[in-house]
Design a protein around this ligand. Structure first.
Ligand SMILES: [Fe+2]
Ligand SMILES: [Fe+2]
Length: 191
């Protein structure tokens, strides 16, 4: 009886220790939940852009943005699952209304880049917090987001450069939109 008690006591201690090391700290959980909101609002923002460009007849840009919106939702889901798997509680937020109209296609992609820069800043802050709190598991998890932001920012900048080259040339805009559609079909998709 005494041996069984001792065995159970050690097992419970081990479990408690494991929980303490694996479970998310409240401060990290809060930051990750904030990131969920940011990824979800990115998805909503790009969905609004996709819809607006579709109405303008820019089908290539619209497909690109619909896809991008889906990817942002995936980014959000990845965080939801990570928080829950680590013993935290993922919070699904209400979202603010994104802009309904845009001045031009250049304005769409400039807004997208600006938004991505905010997302990058938020991700960098979480990475810094992970180091401060010595949460190396979350730090490792966040590296995927760091790489993703680099890719997305570069892509947005390339698109803006192309649009600036085109200026107000309607034929150029038509070709840009068609090329974007073709590139989406031939290039590996963004994650
Ligand atoms: Fe994202
Ligand atoms: Fe993004």
């Amino acid at each position: 009886m005494g041996v069984v008690f001792k065995y159970n006591f050690i097992r419970i201690l081990k479990e408690l220790y494991l929980q303490k090391t694996i479970m998310l700290k409240a401060v990290i959980e809060k930051a990750l939940n904030k990131q969920i909101e940011l990824e979800a609002s990115s998805s909503q923002f790009y969905l609004s852009m996709a819809s607006w460009t579709e109405i303008q007849g820019l089908s290539g840009s619209s497909s690109f943005l619909y896809q991008h919106s889906d990817e942002e939702r995936e980014h959000m889901l990845k965080l939801v699952k990570f928080i829950n798997e680590r013993g935290g509680k993922a919070l699904i937020p209400a979202l603010i209304q994104p802009p309904k109209t845009f001045k031009s296609l250049t304005h769409v992609f400039e807004s997208l880049l600006e938004h991505e820069l905010n997302v990058t800043e938020s991700i960098n802050n979480i990475v810094g917090l992970c180091l401060q709190e010595k949460d190396f598991t979350t730090h490792n998890f966040m590296q995927w987001y760091v790489a993703e932001q680099l890719e997305e920012e570069a892509l947005a900048r390339t698109i803006i450069d192309r649009l600036n080259m085109i200026g107000n040339d309607k034929a150029g805009l038509y070709l840009f939109d068609r090329d974007l559609s073709n590139e989406m079909q031939h290039e590996p998709q963004l994650e």
